[in-house]
Ligand binder design. Structure first.
Ligand code: KG4
Ligand code: ZN
Length: 343
């Protein structure tokens, strides 16, 4: 049951290949969290097929919604805010969530709030512990690699970002060349645990003071190494390729995050996004910050990959700032994080 002074948020996420609905009390306490993954449907194509994703979202949405209300033992009457991922993401996929949110909010006369997907990944951490500013957030997912400075709730300053591939994208492409199934990140991570960093792949540090990233050179180096070995009939250990690739990515991510934390005197450092599930990254960043007087937040695995709980957590802040969307709310595949924060 909901008390009068509490805010109940129904959150919907459909930006990529998970249909997800969550119900949150005051944006921090989860009452329901349901995620329907479509990974199996996309696997035989080696990546997410946008048309297929949209169709799956349409098929799954009502089922996932009903399951969330069942888990929370609530009805729409008790909901105050309907929150939904507005962007970035696949336009057709986003539209399914947005149409659902608008229909529910309109029919039941509730507030409608649009949420930035990356703000969601960051706010997944607030379901674990309260934020302490300034925060440095390392966002690493299939579509994003960014170092973000937050001085207060809901405001985001992008210190650096990838100049080419996102970290997850590099993982998925390397995995595909290695003949591993989609999504490749978890597979490469698993193999990396069993191998050694023997191949000394390049680390792209870029300019000395830059917080930007670049992974395309590394990706090409791995792919070239694989092709050359194949041509010469040399057998490389899959585990060592994975471990060497992972060491190169993780080194750069952790070092730049550490430098940003020092430069901006961070009180908290947090990991966000699908690649935050990576065991190599989780271990390396924990070691690097072990003797620092900084809170290091690493979400549990179920909060790293796409879910609606994180969208609800970010929506609470947007709602408290008075950000209410109207019925013109639309999918915004290129939604800018800094602009979103300044609304
Ligand atoms: O955040 P997410 O679920 O979706 C996006 O918003 O992009 O991230 C998905 C990405 C995929 O590229 C996937 O391969 C990667 O996260 N990923 C991992 C691991 N688990 C998921 N990458 C490396 N190691 C992992 N354990
Ligand atoms: Zn995501």
């Amino acid at each position: 049951m909901k008390k009068d002074n509490e805010t109940m948020i129904l959150a919907i996420e459909t930006s990529c290949d998970e249909t997800a609905v969550a119900i949150l009390r005051d944006g921090v306490k989860l009452e329901a969290n349901v995620v329907a993954s479509q990974i199996e449907s996309h696997q035989r194509f080696g990546g997410v097929v946008p048309e297929l994703a949209s169709r799956h979202h349409v098929e799954q949405m009502t089922i996932v919604l009903e399951e969330a209300f069942r888990q929370a033992d609530m009805t729409m009457d008790e909901i105050d805010v309907v929150a939904v991922t507005e962007g970035p993401g696949l336009v057709g996929a986003l539209l399914v969530g947005i149409s659902t949110a608008k229909a529910l909010a309109f029919a039941h006369q509730k507030r409608l709030v649009g949420v930035h997907h990356i703000a969601g990944h960051i706010y997944a951490n607030r379901l674990q512990e309260e934020f302490q500013f300034p925060i440095i957030a390392l966002v690493v997912s299939g579509g994003h690699t960014e170092l973000i400075l937050m001085k207060e709730h809901g405001l985001f300053e992008v210190l650096g970002e990838t100049r080419d591939d996102a970290a997850g994208e590099a993982y998925d492409k390397v995995a595909r060349t290695m003949g591993l199934p989609y999504p490749g990140g978890p597979e490469v991570d698993r193999l990396a645990q069993l191998g050694q960093d023997t191949l000394a792949f390049p680390r792209a540090w870029l300019e000395e003071d830059s917080f930007d990233f670049s992974f395309s050179g590394l990706k090409s180096a791995v792919i070239n190494t694989l092709h050359n070995a194949k041509q010469k009939g040399i057998e490389l250990k899959q585990e060592d390729i994975a471990a060497s690739f992972q060491a190169s990515i993780v080194d750069v991510l952790v070092e730049k995050t550490f430098r940003a934390a020092q430069q901006y005197k961070a009180k908290q450092v947090l990991l966000a996004g699908g690649v935050a599930a990576n065991r190599g990254l989780r271990t390396a960043i924990t070691t690097k910050f072990a003797d620092q007087n900084i809170v290091l937040s690493i979400p549990p695995l179920w909060l790293c990959t796409d879910n609606a709980a994180m969208i609800g957590a970010a929506a609470m802040i947007a709602y408290q700032k008075g950000n209410q969307a109207d019925w013109t709310l639309n999918a915004n595949p290129g939604l800018d994080l800094e602009m979103y924060g300044k609304r």
